[in-house]
Ligand binder design. Structure first.
Ligand SMILES: [Zn+2]
Length: 251
């Protein structure tokens, strides 16, 4: 087996770094510490929840304190991404100073494993987005179908979801809202604007910068989600054969 070379570990280095300049024991730090007193994680690793980590029968006891700003921020971001036990533990923390005040500890093994997993997941997401882009970019029928919809953004505000649904009825490879938005930008540039709803469940709307407010309001009223669903349901029900009559009539 290859003998491991002893080299300085950036994680350990940061952890053993003199903290006085970072924490500077100000009243602000004391105030924060008081706030997180109930959520003290001293003596346990915030990632695995244990005081000692065992990997392949080898115990890794050393607990290190999170004391580097970049690392603390990354920990908060990663926790938001995974929505895991670290997220639960850090839910009340918004910035690195909160993490320092709460005195969070970790095992370097858990830390590396946690962030490697995060980086791999992010890479995977980016890869699939790239793939999706290359599929839709090369698909001329996507553009053709879009143009066939005959959308006029100067008189209508259209939600990306409704456009996507109409397109996917005709496309062999389903497209995403993101791909629809890309195509609109490609075709119209900055002549079409998008809304950015704070509620992520509400679809983005596209509308022309040249459109007048009256026609926009009128068109948005027409795309009321309730009305849209009701219309679609009515259409579905009209064509749907329940097939109950025969079985009911049979003895
Ligand atoms: Zn751990």
């Amino acid at each position: 087996m290859e003998k491991k070379r002893k080299k300085p570990d950036p994680v350990n280095l940061s952890a053993t770094h003199d903290l006085t300049s970072m924490d500077s024991s100000t009243s602000e730090h004391k105030r924060r510490s008081k706030r997180f007193k109930s959520s003290s994680f001293i003596n346990i690793c915030v990632i695995c929840g244990s005081d000692c980590k065992t990997v392949k029968q080898k115990k890794i006891h050393k607990l290190l304190r999170v004391c580097e700003k970049l690392m603390a921020q990354k920990l908060l971001n990663t926790a938001i991404f995974f929505k895991d036990c670290v997220y639960t533990a850090t839910a009340a923390m918004y910035e690195p100073e909160d993490v320092f005040a709460a005195d969070l500890y970790y095992h370097s093994y858990c830390y590396k494993d946690y962030f490697n997993k995060y980086n791999a997941d992010i890479e995977e997401i980016l890869k699939s987005l790239e793939e999706e882009d290359s599929i839709t970019a090369g698909d001329e029928s996507f553009k053709e179908q879009f143009l066939a919809l005959g959308l006029d953004f100067t008189t209508t505000a259209c939600s990306l979801t409704s456009i996507r649904e109409r397109l996917n009825e005709h496309l062999s490879v389903p497209v995403s809202n993101r791909a629809v938005k890309h195509l609109i930008i490609e075709l119209y540039g900055d002549a079409v604007c998008f809304t950015y709803p704070s509620n992520k469940r509400i679809s983005q709307m596209g509308f022309s910068v040249k459109s007048n407010p009256e026609s926009l309001l009128e068109s948005m009223r027409q795309v009321s989600p309730v009305q849209q669903v009701a219309t679609e349901l009515a259409q579905e029900l009209k064509d749907y054969k329940f097939g109950l009559e025969r079985s009911f009539c049979e003895p």
